[in-house]
Design a protein around this ligand. Structure first.
Ligand code: ME8
Length: 566
């Protein structure tokens, strides 16, 4: 039994959540549900899945001011919208952390004290983006004059520039302001070689590998100037105070990254290497968008090294959802509201849609049709219709009672004589046999590749195989035409078709349960599949109870089509 910790970034509650937040959260929820499933080798993990909101900093302070609301009230309201998204999307976290939680405030100050030997006070002059909560070097800054971006003049003192002038950071196209003040700094350079060494020796630390290569190149080539980790309190009031110096407030990213420890437990417990908290920290998987790699793959490991704590196991990085090639973001206002789709198509459909049409390494364009296709084509036409066709007109109970013991005896395999039993009795036994072979092929793929694909977040591959499995189950049913069989000598063969069709549905539901938890859990209950056997693939696990029988009026409530025009 292993303890694993899975985290989403904690999101800025300066506006309602959008599809990007939904996406990262679903990636994590699927991993968490998968980790909790009993594996083929019967090991189960104890998991801690944490998410939450990043509530301090100038960005939030300014947004509250603009909304003319007390800052605490402002974050209380918006934080609830992120919680609501989780509950409506079936995102089952163990802790929803808010950086204004009282235990977190204490842990940030504890972490600061543990890193104190690498922190010093100094003068600071630089270009700050409130939207990114980051300083940028002058070389990436331009002044917007008459619609043109003009490079800065190194001879000019920009600290006196009046507020009406506009400066832009060319990396993110967000506005920047010149600040000249005293800040505390963290000495990044000191940990550069150690971090490079760690990344090289632990290929699983940053995944997928394209992001790892990019980060290594950046890390090797950059000078790594000291990182400013505080702001004067007179400029940033909405923040945690630096221990023993209330004139300075902790930089929002130092505060935010520390959530990954608070959400496990107190630093005192984490420090004890024999504690369960320490085991959770060592087995942490962070899932993040590529926009915040620098913070998670450079700053965070360096803070941990400084505090003498173990590094997380891995950081999985994903690309962005884009609209006409531009990243969806709150500040650009080009976002998709996940709740609109969940209301219309259900959360399973949106989960399946984003996971079918994305992989971690690429940016992805979103289309409405992905969600309706997931609902109507996959969940309704392929899954629910297969269950309905094989159990509504017929009573599947005798089929299960007859075939289940035979499959058990055969160790859940489709034997050669089962193939042969279709010969001569069915109109098109060759096509039936091809469908049966496809069922076997897809089931074998799952046995051999499911675990590794899930662990690498390659959900798209798994979904591809699961859909092929449903296609082969439907093809078996369609070509065998069980509804035409009246000859009593052929009833066992007809029942075999019903039994295999429902087995295909059961296997789909077992393996798709982390991805589409709502419909699969309903179907598995109706198929009376015992909990403890959830990842056992062998045929014959179908429960002998009613699946969807009109006669008994019991059964699963299956999904119906949603009209796209509504
Ligand atoms: O950066 N496509 O919060 P944030 C895919 N508070 N994912 C997207 C996305 C998009 N278009 N837009 C956002 C912060 N995301 C900090 C994090 S963690 C210690 C502090 C997702 O509200 C993606 O995971 O801007 C991205 O990294 C995160 O939301 C940024 O959310």
């Amino acid at each position: 039994m292993k303890r694993v910790h899975i985290t989403t970034p904690i999101f800025y509650p300066n506006a309602k959540p959008h599809l990007g937040h939904f996406y990262t959260s679903v990636l994590c929820d699927v991993q968490n549900r998968y980790s909790k499933l009993g594996k083929f080798n019967n090991t189960k993990n104890i998991t801690k899945f944490t998410t939450g909101t990043d509530e301090h900093g100038m960005k939030i302070q300014n947004a509250a001011l603009k909304a003319n609301l007390d800052t605490q009230k402002f974050v209380d309201n918006l934080s609830l919208t992120f919680k609501e998204l989780c509950s409506k999307s079936n995102i089952q976290y163990d802790r929803f952390i808010r950086t204004t939680d009282s235990d977190h405030v204490i842990e940030v100050q504890n972490l600061w004290n543990m890193c104190k030997h690498d922190i010093f006070l100094d003068d600071h002059a630089g270009w700050y983006s409130i939207s990114d909560e980051t300083f940028y070097p002058a070389i990436h800054v331009r002044e917007l004059i008459n619609g043109k971006l003009v490079p800065l003049d190194s001879a000019v003192d920009y600290s006196t520039a009046d507020a009406s002038r506009t400066f832009i950071n060319t990396e993110t196209n967000n506005n920047v302001i010149f600040f000249k003040e005293k800040n505390y700094f963290f000495d990044l350079k000191k940990y550069k070689d150690k971090l490079i060494d760690h990344i090289i020796k632990n290929p699983e630390f940053i995944q997928p590998s394209n992001y790892r290569t990019n980060l290594l190149n950046t890390l090797k080539s950059e000078q790594l100037m000291p990182l400013s980790v505080s702001r004067p309190t007179k400029r940033l009031e909405w923040a945690i105070k630096v221990p023993n110096d209330s004139s300075q407030s902790v930089y929002v990213w130092f505060d935010a990254l520390c959530n990954y420890m608070t959400s496990i437990g107190s630093l005192n417990k984490i420090k004890d290497t024999s504690s369960t908290e320490s085991e959770f920290l060592r087995n942490t998987t962070h899932v993040i968008g590529k926009d915040i790699m620098k913070f998670h793959c450079i700053y965070w490991p360096m803070f941990l090294m400084s505090a003498g704590l173990p590094l997380p196991k891995s950081v999985f990085v994903h690309g962005h959802w884009v609209n006409d090639g531009v990243k969806m973001s709150k500040s650009l206002g080009n976002v998709v509201d996940p709740l609109e789709y969940i209301e219309k198509y259900g959360s399973d459909s949106l989960r399946l849609a984003v996971l079918s049409h994305s992989n971690l390494t690429e940016d992805n364009n979103f289309s409405d049709s992905y969600v309706s296709e997931s609902r109507n084509t996959v969940l309704v036409n392929k899954l629910c219709n297969l269950i309905s066709r094989s159990s509504k007109k017929f009573n599947p109970k005798p089929a299960v009672e007859f075939w289940q013991p035979i499959f058990k005896e055969n160790q859940g395999r489709i034997t050669e004589d089962l193939y042969e039993s279709f010969d001569g009795h069915f109109k098109d036994s060759e096509t039936i046999k091809i469908a049966l072979k496809d069922i076997e092929y897809n089931v074998n793929w799952l046995v051999n590749h499911y675990e590794t694909s899930m662990e690498k977040f390659e959900y798209q591959k798994v979904i591809g195989c699961l859909i092929n499995l449903l296609n082969s189950g439907n093809s078996l049913f369609q070509n065998a035409e069980p509804w035409t069989i009246k000859d009593t000598n052929l009833l066992k063969q007809r029942d075999l078709v019903l039994f295999l069709s429902l087995e295909v549905a059961r296997i789909f539901c077992v393996y798709a349960s982390p991805i589409v938890p709502e419909i699969t859990s309903n179907v598995l209950k109706a198929l009376e599949v015992p909990e403890s056997e959830t990842l056992d693939i062998s045929f014959g696990k179908l429960g002998a109870g009613s699946v969807y029988s009109k006669q008994s009026k019991k059964g699963v409530s299956l999904l119906t089509r949603v009209n796209d025009e509504e």
